[in-house]
Design a binder for this molecule. Structure first.
Ligand code: NAD
Ligand code: LMR
Length: 348
């Protein structure tokens, strides 16, 4: 029996992500939480004949169904109670001209509230954070969990999978194999915003051909497109939000990997994620040496297991150009981490 919660389930990401989680055969209970429309989305999805039993929760949904008088405001707790995995696309998306950090003030508060509910109702759940700015919201979750005495760094993930999907697609396009996009697997490390997004083209499997790697302008343009892929969508949507469908696919793919490792008996599943390096202190030491800074959070290839993070994989061999980009990534990432760690939610 596997219970998954989508928090922010009625949104642009939330709806298609909930659909994809409903289609995941490992999920037997799907709980959809949002401040609007979650009950309607749940009713809609519940007609699909897959094992997951779907329930929608609003802030005032009682544990026995909608609007129990004595449980006003308990909807998030009731939605999350007993969850194995909570995935969080709740919050405000960007409009053209904004950075992800411009979302901090509003989304930090939303993340704090949801983190408190998780700490109370499902302290052992795997927590997958999509809400931006991921570089800061993941530390916010960790700080709330620490305060509540339930922090397990092996169970907290910043979802950076969309950067990996973009890397696969854009590499295949530059290489002239656009229909073969999924065959290119490129580790993307660092964080999830602009220059903190560092695709390691030199580690692509299969290798990116020399014709691209040694053509500086081609290679720089490819890296920049991966780093700023989010802006491409924000600008194309022209005020109607940011990536939703590709993010839903990315979120479902990453959640699927966490579930397969924890409940599907699969071993050796590796995926990049933005994590607290305390998840694996032995390898964190190596990683901190590689990045040249004592950062608390960084995205690396993570080996997943029954209890979440089994191993943080060191970055390994990178080339000279990537070493330069790594310096910039670390420089930009540090203040975002500090901002998340120091966030104090105003009293309710
Ligand atoms: P959206 O506005 O379409 O949906 C957000 C949903 O969150 C809405 O349904 C809203 O009602 C809900 N919500 C707001 N406050 C809530 C609360 N307290 N509890 C529960 N739900 C709440 O936005 P979207 O396009 O789905 O994007 C959501 C977030 O995901 C944004 O912050 C966006 O920047 C981020 N995002 C991250 C990535 C990534 O790669 N990590 C990619 C795309 C978008
Ligand atoms: C993305 O990378 O698409 C998301 O982080 C959304 C955004 O604001 O760009």
């Amino acid at each position: 029996m596997v219970k998954v919660v989508v928090a922010g389930a009625a949104g642009g990401i939330g709806q298609p992500l909930s659909l994809l989680m409903k289609l995941n055969p490992l999920v037997t209970e799907l709980s959809l939480y949002d401040v609007v429309n979650a009950v309607g989305v749940a009713a809609d999805l519940s007609h699909i004949p897959t094992p997951a039993q779907v329930t929608g929760f609003l802030p005032n949904t009682g544990s026995g169904g909608p609007k129990s008088e004595d449980e006003q405001g308990q909807g998030a707790i009731n939605a999350i109670r007993g969850a194995d995995l909570v995935v969080i696309p709740a919050g405000v998306p960007r409009k053209p001209g904004m950075t992800r950090d411009d979302l901090f003030n509003i989304n930090a508060g939303i993340c704090t509230t949801l983190a408190q509910a998780i700490a109370q109702a499902a302290p052992k759940a795997f927590v997958l954070v999509i809400s931006n700015p991921v570089n800061s919201t993941v530390p916010i979750f960790a700080e709330v969990f620490k305060k509540q005495g339930v922090f397990d760094p092996k169970r907290l993930f910043g979802v950076t999978t969309l950067d990996c999907l973009r890397a696969s697609t854009f590499v295949a396009s530059v290489v002239g194999e656009p229909t073969e996009a999924s065959k290119y697997v490129v580790p993307v490390i660092g964080g999830h915003a602009g220059y903190t997004i560092l695709p390691l083209l030199s580690q692509s499997q299969p290798a990116v051909p020399q014709s691209v790697m040694s053509d500086k302008s081609k290679r720089d343009a490819l890296i920049k497109r991966i780093q700023f892929g989010g802006d491409e969508v924000v600008e194309a949507k022209a005020g109607a939000g940011s990536a939703t469908l590709s993010m839903a696919q990315a979120g479902a793919e990453f959640a699927g990997k966490v579930l397969r490792a924890a409940f599907g008996g699969e071993t050796g599943i590796i995926a990049p994620s933005y994590v607290n390096l305390a998840a694996d202190e032995a390898n964190a030491k190596t990683i901190r040496g590689e990045i040249g800074k004592d950062l608390e959070y960084f995205s690396v290839n993570v080996t997943l297991g029954k209890n979440g993070i089994e191993k943080l994989n060191p970055i390994g061999k990178i080339d000279e150009a990537e070493a330069e980009l790594l310096k910039k990534a670390v420089e930009d990432l540090e203040p975002s981490i500090v901002k998340g760690v120091n966030f104090k939610a105003p009293p309710p």
